[in-house]
Write a protein of this length. Structure first.
Length: 275
């Protein structure tokens, strides 16, 4: 009985501590967003702002940080990258699951090794390739890199693909359908749960990405929402209250989307892990 009470107490204490660790940074950013520069300099990070109606920081972040342009650029990159990820990922998964060919296991192993290699270790070679292709300082640099590094999505699609009976393919082939018709009209619609999972997970990852847009798209006209906040960081100091307001502007769409679609994320990941 004592052991059970202790285990239950330890469980809830751990959950409360984890919640505090997750929420505390957001609270600090939220408080900073409503403070003036003088108030931010004279109060602690956990001190609530004196005026919750002070939206000057949000106006400055949105206008001076060109957040509207950042949202437009992010939307374009996100739409093209996620669409390409779904098409390339489902096609690759279909080929890997349905076709038998030489070195099939080697291909799977190569994908696994690629996920284990830190991307920062290959950035010199990657930068040279992007530059030689003439993609540097354009939206397509980020799009190509997002498409080329999304191996996890292929694994998710393969896991779902293995749950689709091969008899569907065989029946369609008996009716005269070719492989592309089977993929496009039969397999792709059956992969809707996996597609929803990949779209949500990959979309949030691309939306939050900072390193690739910052390195490969230095032009201010190509800035995305994550790099827009960097305009308020300078050699003579940082406007942390404005950065906090900009961060809240960036966080809100992701938070709303996650709250609306969280059941699809959990269900999709769980189903993909067990099939």
């Amino acid at each position: 009985m004592i052991a059970r009470v202790f285990a239950t107490t330890a469980k809830y204490v751990t959950l409360v501590l984890a919640a505090i660790v997750a929420v505390l940074p957001l609270v600090v950013v939220l408080f900073a967003a409503f403070k003036t520069s003088e108030e931010y300099a004279t109060t602690t990070p956990l001190t609530p702002p004196a005026n919750w109606l002070n939206v000057a920081n949000f106006v400055t972040a949105f206008e001076s940080g060109k957040m509207l342009l950042g949202f437009a650029n992010t939307t374009f990159i996100l739409a093209v990258s996620v669409t390409g990820t779904v098409i390339i990922g489902t096609m690759a998964a279909y080929a890997l699951d349905r076709f038998d060919f030489r070195f099939k296991k080697l291909v799977f192993a190569a994908f696994l090794v690629a996920t284990l290699v830190p991307s920062v270790t290959t950035q010199v070679a990657t930068f040279q390739v992007v530059n030689q292709l003439g993609l540097f300082n354009s939206h397509w640099a980020a799009i190509v890199l997002f498409l080329g590094t999304d191996i996890i999505s292929i694994y998710i699609f393969v896991q779902f693909m293995q749950s689709i009976p091969r008899s569907i393919d065989e029946a369609a082939m008996l009716d005269g359908a070719n492989r592309f018709t089977i993929y496009w009209r039969l397999i792709l619609p059956l992969l809707k749960p996996a597609i929803a999972t990949v779209v949500i997970i990959r979309g949030i990852a691309i939306y939050n990405e900072f390193y690739i847009p910052f390195l490969y798209m230095p032009s201010q006209q190509l800035g995305v929402v994550s790099t827009s906040l960097f305009r308020f960081q300078g050699p003579f100091g940082s406007q942390w209250e404005v950065i906090g307001a900009g961060a809240m502007i960036v966080i809100i769409p992701t938070l709303v989307l996650f709250l609306i679609l969280q059941r699809y994320i959990y269900n999709g990941v769980t189903a993909g892990a067990t099939k």
